[in-house]
Design a protein around this ligand. Sequence first.
Ligand code: ADP
Length: 455
Amino acid sequence: MFRRILIANRGEIAQRIIRACRELGIETVAVYSEADADALYLSQADETICIGPAASAGSYLNIPAIISAAEVADVEAIHPGYGFLSENAHFAEVCRSCKIHFIGPDPETIAALGQKDNAKQMARDAGCPVVPGSPGSVDTESEAVKIAAEIGYPVIIKAAFGGGGRGMRVARNEPSLINGYHAARSEAKNAFGNATVYVEKFVENPRHVEVQILGDMHGNVVHLGERDCTVQRRHQKLIEESPSPMIDEDTRQRMGEAAVRLIKHAKYHNAGTVEFLLDKNGDFYFIEVNARIQVEHTVTEMVTGIDLIREQIRLAAGEELGYTQADIKFNGHCIECRLNAEDPRKDFQPSPGLVETFVPPGGPGVRVDSHCYSGYRIPPTYDSMIGKILVHRPTREMAIQTMQRALGETVVVGPKTTIPISRAILDHPDFRQAVHDTGFMERYFGNSAALAGLR
Ligand code: ADP
C-alpha cells in the first residue's frame, strides 16, 4: 500500500480523497491554486503546495507544476479526482515515466476509451449494444449527410473527444445537420482541441443509466449496480439515484453483464463507469466509458457500502479485488442532489462569492460531501458545484421525503443555489412516478416563467 499520495484536484473531491487516505493511514499532499488558498481541504491534508495562479491552465491543469510538487513532496501516487487531468492519457503517461502511480486506468486504456467513436467500436466488439451510427469519425460534410440518411433522422453529432455535455448537436433534417456538423466541429475544436466528430441516432426521450465498475490488475471485474442520472439540464446531471426506478431486474442484470464484458475486453483496471441510454422500449445502448471516479460515485457507495475511493487506491497499488459479483449486496435507495452555486431563476447563472452562513443538513439517512463553510468565498474561476447532499433510505418514496426535509433545512446565505430547483424536481409528479426522461428539465423548467415561480 502507498505511504503518501498527492491529490491533483480541489474542492469536495480533494476532501473526499483525503478522508479515504486518513482511514487507510496514508499521508496526503494537497495542491492548490492562488484562488484556493482558503480552501477547507487544505486544513485536512498533511502537506499543502501552491501550484500556480487561479486559472486552471496554470495550476490544476499544469502538469509540470503538479509533477514537481509530487517529486518535492516525495509521494508514491497521484489521485486525479474528476475533471481536470483525470482522463488525460498524457498526464497518466508522465506519471508512469516519473515512477509515480496514477490512481486510475493505464494511459493506453484512457486514450483508447477517451476517443468515443473508438470506445463504441470496442463496445461492439465486446457484444455490448451501441446506438446505431457512423462506424468511426465523420470527416466531411457529405459523409455526415450520407450517414444521417442511412440511419434516419433525428441524429446527434458528437465530439469524439468530448465531455461535460459539450460539442453535441441534434439534427432533425439535412439543413440542420449541415449547420450542426460545422457547429459541433468548431465547438469541439475550441473546447477539446480536436474537431473530430461522429454521428449517431438521436434516441428520443431516453433515460440515462450508468453502471459502476471496479477491476483489478489481475483480471477480476465486478459491477456495483447502476445509477440513474436522467435528471439533466443541458446534458449536465442534477440529481442521481440508485437503484434506477426505470429498469426491471432482468434489464439490470443484462446491463451489468454488458458493462463487465466491455471492461474485461478493454483490460481496464481501477474504477470506471459505463454509460447507457435507455429508450422507451426498455432497450439500452452504450454511449461512453468514463475512465475516472465520477461526481456521483457517492450514490453507489451508499447502496453497496463500498468505499470507492479506498478501492481505487487499493487497486492502483496492485491489490486484488478480494470479492466477487455474488458478494456485492444492494441495500435501500439513495438519491443525490448536487448543490451548485447557481441562480436557477436567472438561467442558472453562476453565483460565486462570500458564503456568509452555511448550515448543512443532518439527521437520519443524510450524507453531505461539501467543501463549503460559513465565511468561504466561492471563487468564480471553477465549477459551481459546492457540494452534494445524499439521502439513503429503505425505499425511493422515503428517500424523496428525507431529501425534501434535508433540502429544507440546508442554509446557504450569500450565493444563490440550486436547492429551489431540486425541491421542485422532487415534487414533480413525473419524477415521483419515475416516468421522466432526459427532456424533463427542458419540458417543465425550460423557460423563465417556470423558473421564476420557484419557491
Ligand atoms: P458527455 O461525455 O459530454 O457527458 P455523453 O455521451 O455522456 O457526453 O452524453 C451526455 C448526454 O447527452 C446523455 O446523458 C444524453 O442525455 C445525451 N445524449 C448523448 N448521446 C445521445 C443520443 N444518441 N441520443 C439522445 N441523447 C443523447
